[in-house]
Ligand binder design. Sequence first.
Ligand SMILES: *Cc1c(COP(=O)(O)O)cnc(C)c1O
Length: 368
Amino acid sequence: MPIDKTHAKIIDLRSDTVTKPTAGMRQAIFEAEVGDDMSGEDPTVNRLERIVCELLGKEAAVYNCSGTQSNQMAVRAHCQQGDEILIDETGHIVNYEQGGAAAMSGVSARTLRGRNGMFDLSDLEGKVRPDNQHYCVTRLVCIENTTNHGGGRAWPLEQMNRVATWAHDHGLKVHVDGARLFNACLAQGYSAREFVTQADTISICFSKGLGCPMGSILVGDAATMTRARRARKMFGGALRQAGMMAAAAVYALEHHVERLAEDHANALAFSDAISKIDGVRIEPAVESNLVFFHLAPSLGTAAQLSGKLLERGVRINPSGGQRLRACSHLDATRADLLFAAEAVRASLDAGLGDANTNHLAGSAYESK
Ligand SMILES: *Cc1c(COP(=O)(O)O)cnc(C)c1O
């Protein structure tokens, strides 16, 4: 069946990475002062790095291409070849970065079975390898906030501080993958600076809820950031007139942080609406802009529902056999989210039996 032509647009809830720069952001990009960033001469990149250092209360920052690059720079900066990181089994670094830590830095991962992507002391106890030539050296604890495939949940501040204190007491470093850190701040009511007080490094994505075309930043102490900057070059990510993109990030920090509250409210409205449908279960409860919902097998598969939704002009990807993830963002209004919820209801009412799922080849189990 062709896409229903009554919809002027496709409502794309696959990810908050699908947003396009606003007119204001494009103007900021247009006006950006630039220079050669590799030589430390791009004034806008330098300004962005200062702003984020100030915001997070850290010494130094390195603007770079992507959240993956930030995370891999952090792993490289903290670890030696043969070292091991501790990370929740749902974590981005261990699942969605092509094994980059192993491939590029010779670092292995020991995964923890937390709850909704978050772990605690009981999960960490006994996970530091003894000082013995049989073992690799445990070096780094990685925390994701908000958790992505853990369910869009935000770490409570006390839990973060408990885990970070434990890590430091055991001689480990702490990296926060804060791809959606500002969503977490909003959900839990702490400031970004408060949350990362005990973190050694923090990465933030500008291309998720903040609505930039690209970019991420890694923040930490000066010595670690010097190593991270070397890693950025080695990984092919050293930049030139990157102020064009850094200007978008500065703009986003000024204009797109507080509005994340709208995304959270819209995600909740969507989840409230679909939670009333028989055979649809929201899990875990929605706390940010990510909605994970499960389909009873008697109704069909996640891929089938995704296919039927596309016919109604709504894009939501499967994130498991029976699980889907919907994501609210800057380019999706409340009306869009409610329309999408109605499309879920209508699709299930009509039945998923003959859904065409071919278009999903290669895009299922979206990681972003
Ligand atoms: C999206 C994401 C990243 C990085 O993604 P890029 O596409 O490389 O920017 C890292 N961690 C988490 C938790 C993410 O959701």
